[in-house]
Each structure stands twice: as C-alpha cells, then as structure tokens.
Design a protein. Structure first.
Length: 298
C-alpha cells in the first residue's frame, strides 16, 4: 500500500481524502518510527510484520461497515495511514502503534471509496495529540496493549453511513471466541504483489484460533491478543493496522472484539495467523477513557 511520501498533509482543514493517500507508508516503514521502536524492528526481522495486512477478501458494499474509519496520521517528519472504528459519537478506536508518535490524526468517517471526493456521506475531523490517548502500558518491544482512542473535537452525527460499533459485554470477558467467524475490514493491500492499497473498502472472513496454536508461531503472544486464520489465505495487509475485527452476536449485531495489530513478515498471503488486540481484555480501560457504557458492568 505504501510508497515514498511526496506531499505532506498541511493544516486542519482537509475536506477530502488526499489524492496521494495511497502513497502513504505504514508506520514501521518510516525511519522516525524505526528509531523509536528498535526492539520492534528487531522482531520484525525475525518474520513478524508490524504493518498488518485485507488480502483475498471481498469488496464491501457501500457503508456495509459504517463504523469503519480511515486515519491519516501525521508524525514529526512524515505521514502514515491506519484504520480505526467509531465506538461512540465522540471516540474512535485504533492501535497504539498507529498513534504513539503522532502530532495529529485526520479521521475520515462515512467513506467507502477513498478516491471519490464527491461522496456526500464523508465526515473529516483533525485531532491533535492532546486528544489522543495511548494505553499507558503499551509496550513498544512487542506490541503489548496495542490500544489507543481518539477523542473527536466535534461529536459526529450518526446516519446510515456512520454508526458506532458495539463493544463486548463484560459477560464476554473470559470468552476465547474459539472457531467463531469474524470479519476484518480496511483499505490495505489486496495481495503481496499489489503495490498500493485499494480505493474501496474490502473485508475478509476469518476464524478465531486458540492462543496456544497462535503462540507456536508467535512466541511473544500475550493473553490480551486474539488470533485468526482465513480461508484461501485471506487476512489483513499493509494499511489495515488499527482496524476493527468484529463477530456477529446471537442478536445479529456486529460486535468488535479485536484491533488489527500485526502479522507474519513472510508476506500477507503465507496464511500465518493475523494478531489483534483482544478487546475483552481492555473493557475497564475503555470504560474509563471513553464515554462508552460497557454492557453488564459488574
């Protein structure tokens, strides 16, 4: 998805996704980020890819996932791109590794085709560092507690194209979700051979695997991670970091249970597990740092 950046984002009045969005690089490809995360770069060389990766998936219908956000993240020297999810009218959820070095983040909601500037549903807000919260135990040596929230300066108006995703209930805090079908969505690369991301939102259907099986390939995996595998080598790819993984609960409502964190450095199509931050491990944190009322709070 990401090549060298030729134009930088200036000011806070961007009204559409910039035409150069697909030239933005993933966080780990930027020297500034590499210098601040030496342990992660060493781990990446041992076949862990911290860009994260949607390959061999399907094109979403417009606003099929109305909680999906695109984030253009401004660092000190460059700009990068990640995914996110709207969890209330005031907050967007994403990965800590997307925001921990940010100066500001431009959030795009209600977007389906990033290159279609005529989409009347899109809402754009720029958020400065003071309104970005990174988990205080985020560990740059292994992507532990890879969770961050962004407080929007203006509450977003909900409609058919912009909706908040539901978070898990406290009743699910000990659930493994083993073998449960899940969806992950984003604008990342659609194959290892594609040089850029996709203009239109894509998604993949995945299946949750056990942390024991996942740890066999990622020895540093934590209990607050959740892993998936996809049929036909489907999964995430460059540009999908920070995006949502959801399951369908018994009442038919999509519930976010993961945040795209990392995958195999061998490539997007090698069918290694995708690794996410497990949201059931962060319900108390989210309840304290956002205005979301977590269901069935003890």
């Amino acid at each position: 998805l990401f090549r060298s950046l030729g134009i930088i984002l200036l000011g806070a009045s961007v009204s559409a996704v910039p035409s150069w969005w697909n030239s933005l690089r993933a966080p780990h490809e930027i020297p500034e980020w590499q210098e601040q995360h030496p342990a992660l770069m060493a781990l990446a060389e041992a076949t862990v890819d911290f860009e994260s990766r949607i390959v061999n998936g399907n094109k979403a219908t417009p606003h099929q996932f109305p909680y999906q956000a695109a984030l253009v993240v401004r660092l000190e020297s460059e700009t990068t791109i990640c995914g996110g999810s709207l969890i209330s009218q005031n907050y967007v959820l994403t990965a800590a590794h997307c925001t921990d070095l940010s100066l500001y983040v431009t959030v795009y909601l209600g977007v389906h085709n990033l290159s279609d500037y005529t989409e009347h549903t899109r809402v754009v807000q720029t958020v400065f560092r003071s309104d970005i919260i990174v988990h205080e135990q985020y560990n740059t040596s292994g992507y532990q507690n890879d969770v961050s929230v962004i407080r929007l300066p203006v509450p977003v108006q909900l409609n058919y194209a912009i909706q908040a995703v539901r978070l898990p209930s406290f009743e699910h805090k000990d659930d493994t979700f083993l073998n449960v079908a899940a969806f992950v969505s984003g604008w990342g690369r659609t194959s290892d051979s594609s040089p850029d991301g996709t203009d239109t939102l894509h998604y993949a259907t995945l299946s949750v695997i056990s942390n024991t099986a996942c740890r066999a390939l990622y020895p540093t995996l934590q209990d607050n991670n959740i892993c998936t595998r996809g049929a036909n080598r489907s999964g995430t790819c460059q540009g999908d970091s920070g995006g949502p993984m959801v399951i369908t609960e018994n009442d038919g409502i999509l519930t976010q249970v993961g945040i795209v964190s990392f995958g195999s450095g061998l490539g997007c199509e090698f069918n290694w597990p995708n690794v996410f931050a497990r949201l059931t491990s962060f319900l108390c944190w989210l309840g304290c740092h956002t205005d979301v009322q977590i269901r069935n709070h003890p």
